[in-house]
Design a protein around this ligand. Structure first.
Ligand SMILES: [Ca+2]
Length: 482
């Protein structure tokens, strides 16, 4: 090809000769690799081919996440390269290993790597998730191999059998695949990756050297599938759960109508959520007035379920009416959602009674007899007053409170609901014949005697009015959430 006499005899033309080489394509470099590409590396620890590792750009990681088959025919004849470099028995050599590596180019470092898959049926235990410093550090080691400034894949010449494969001399440079995965005293691609080995060797043939592909990003670890290579050197990818396939959420169980009294959370009910091929966590969000929990102890306005390798094992979700729910009927759908999956809805409904309604029901009152203005025991005190002062609405009573002479005047004692249920005010007037003349009596209501024990829901209160002049007093009770 080159013109030998020119090269030898006319030194200034050497540069021109070099350009001539390039034009013929004899020394074609691999196409510039891109961030997000996934690479295959092959190396041996001794024997034939020990001086060089084999690097193949498999193309972008994104092609492995659609859940379908992946066409890798553009890789060329890798078998010819492998046989030529490592011998025809390369696919049974115990000292020959392969591994997968790569990283994204996003501002958030996402890593791609492999792990020996025990068998086609059994996925490897996923690599641990990594924090930002560990991902950044590991990512820089990976970058060194495919785009480092000296000796990286970027500068290598393609083999005659594959446009995207190249042999890389093993060296102590950071760009050396062999250095990154075989240096003693460190995990693969630096000390922070926690990748004890991303490789599989071929001592049990190609069926014993399957590689799971993992993605390790800020949202955790997923695996879209696994790689195999045939004895002829044909690489295939099989999609599996976790990043491959359609993200799917499944809900089991349903909820019957809840009921509770305002201020008191209802008893919980449960349903389960499971999922597959998930690429994100699962958010469980109930409508207003309800709250959810993953343990039946801590309740929240929303809970997040964490997936493992794209799967969510059946997980119990507890649901209850919140203590803060408003009186009346409430309901809607509990949303179970994860990115890319069809959102599931769990219908939920509840009736929240007011404290007064629950009180009336406890006396067997219903319908019009349960109204606050009704007086079913005809004692002259409407239910609202009986509730406010702790007297029975279904058995007549003579008074709502007790009054007696005391040292400072007249002592009034009565049973009271909690301050957030009923408010009490003492009013006074000098003349019952003057409607609208009731004014605040200016007395202070304090806690009364604790004995005898007040009925549940009540405390005993008291106040004293001076025994001077002529005054009429009344206690006004306002039910805050009737
Ligand atoms: Ca009554």
């Amino acid at each position: 090809m080159r013109t030998f006499p020119y090269f030898r005899a006319v030194a200034p033309l050497v540069t021109a000769v070099g350009l001539f080489w390039s034009d013929t394509g004899q020394a074609a470099k691999v196409p510039p690799p891109q961030a997000g590409d996934v690479f295959l590396g092959v190396r041996v620890t001794g024997g034939q081919g020990a001086g060089e590792s084999y690097l193949v750009n498999l193309g972008p990681y994104s092609q492995f996440t659609n859940g379908g088959s992946v066409n890798l025919s553009a890789l060329g004849n890798l078998g010819a390269d492998l046989s030529g470099k490592y011998g025809d028995d390369w696919h049974t050599r115990e000292d020959l290993s392969w591994g997968i590596f790569g990283r994204s180019g996003a501002t958030v470092t996402t890593l791609f790597c492999s792990k020996h898959r025990p068998s086609t049926e059994v996925q490897s235990t996923p690599w641990p998730s990594l924090g930002t410093p560990a991902r950044d550090s590991t990512g820089s080691q990976i970058s060194a191999v495919w785009e480092g400034s000296i000796g990286s894949y970027y500068y290598l010449e393609a083999t005659t059998n594959s446009p995207v494969a190249a042999f890389q001399p093993n060296s102590t440079l950071a760009s050396s695949y062999e250095k990154q995965v075989a240096t003693l005293g460190t995990t693969d691609f630096g000390s922070l990756s926690q990748w004890t080995s991303i490789e599989a060797n071929f001592e049990n043939g190609v069926d014993g050297a399957i590689l799971d592909l993992y993605r390790i990003g800020s949202t955790g670890v997923t695996s879209p599938g696994y790689f195999k290579i045939s004895a002829a050197g044909v690489v295939t990818f099989t999609p599996s759960g976790g990043g491959g396939g359609t993200p799917t959420l499944t809900v089991n169980g349903s909820l019957t109508a809840f009921s509770t009294t305002q201020g008191t959370p209802s008893f919980p009910q449960t349903f389960t959520v499971s999922g597959s091929n998930l690429t994100a966590t699962v958010a469980v969000s109930p409508p207003s007035g309800f709250e959810v929990s993953t343990d039946g102890i801590g309740y929240h306005s929303q809970v997040t379920l964490t997936t493992s390798s794209g799967s969510l094992a059946p997980s119990t979700v507890y649901v209850r009416v919140a203590a803060s729910a408003s009186v009346g009927a409430l309901g809607g759908n509990i949303s179970v959602a994860s990115s890319g999956a069809t959102t599931q809805s769990v219908p939920v409904s509840a009736t929240v009674d007011s404290v007064f309604q629950t009180w009336a029901s406890s006396y067997g009152l219903s319908g019009t007899n349960a109204l606050g203005t009704a007086d079913p025991d005809s004692d002259g005190f409407a239910n609202g007053l009986e509730f406010s002062f702790g007297t029975p609405p279904n058995a007549g009573n003579a008074a709502l409170f007790k009054s007696e002479k005391s040292q400072g005047g007249v002592l009034f004692t009565f049973l009271a609901r909690a301050a957030n249920e009923v408010s009490y005010q003492v009013l006074a007037t000098p003349n019952l014949g003057s409607p609208g003349a009731w004014t605040n009596a200016g007395v202070t209501i304090t806690n009364g005697p604790a004995t005898p024990t007040p009925p549940e829901g009540y405390t005993r209160k008291q106040f004293t009015v001076p025994a001077t002049g002529k005054q009429f007093f009344r206690i006004e009770a306002t039910i805050l959430n009737p």
